[in-house]
Ligand binder design. Structure first.
Ligand code: FE
Ligand code: FE
Length: 191
């Protein structure tokens, strides 16, 4: 079932539902090498390592939940079209978490387009999958887009998330498990 408020997705009803999505679909491939769960856990671990606040650690952990919703609803990943997974995920989570969590998630694709515009050479350093999706996502931002992005609330957090996103694709990296974030997520959802 879906609601217009969620843009076609019934909003998340509990942290358990969020965690259940990762437990059920986390083994699915994220990119060329790592699984969805590996990628999520690596991004969250990098955010923790860099001293990010809990809201941003949660954003790092959950930023690609839109892909898992797509899988839950029968889609097969990775996909060839741009499914606006950043919007889908942010909207789905907004019933549980505030904008400090959902904002960077919503902006993480735009942050990639931003970084590829302001850091020449970054596009070449992206993983093959990320380079391919950049094209579907509209490519690097133009000058107007860059200025508009910088003016948006939460753009620095989205840029930080995007850097962890690029780095969180290491095969075989040992990081703390999903359980380690449960209490934090329940706490954030209760605020
Ligand atoms: Fe993403
Ligand atoms: Fe990602």
């Amino acid at each position: 079932m879906s609601t217009p408020e969620a843009g076609g997705w019934a909003p998340a009803t509990s942290v358990d539902e969020v965690l259940g999505l990762f437990r059920r679909f986390g083994a699915d491939r994220y990119d060329e090498e790592v699984s969805q769960l590996d990628h999520a856990l690596q991004c969250a671990a990098l955010a923790r390592r860099d001293g990010a606040p809990d809201e941003l650690v949660a954003a790092a952990l959950l930023h690609d939940v839109g892909h898992l919703l797509h899988l839950r609803d029968g889609g097969r990943g990775p996909v060839d079209e741009d499914l606006a997974h950043e919007d889908v995920g942010a909207r789905w989570l907004s019933a549980l978490f505030g904008p400090a969590v959902t904002g960077p998630i919503e902006l993480h694709v735009e942050a990639k387009r931003y970084l590829c515009a302001v850091e020449p050479g970054l596009t070449d350093a992206l993983s093959a999958g990320s380079r391919a999706s950049l094209v579907r996502q509209g490519g690097p931002l133009d000058q107007v887009g860059v200025a508009a992005f910088e003016a948006r609330a939460g753009s620095p957090e989205a840029v930080a998330l995007r850097r962890w996103d690029d780095a969180g694709k290491v095969v075989g990296l040992h990081v703390v498990p999903l359980d380690a974030y449960e209490a934090m997520l329940f706490d954030l959802a209760a605020r």
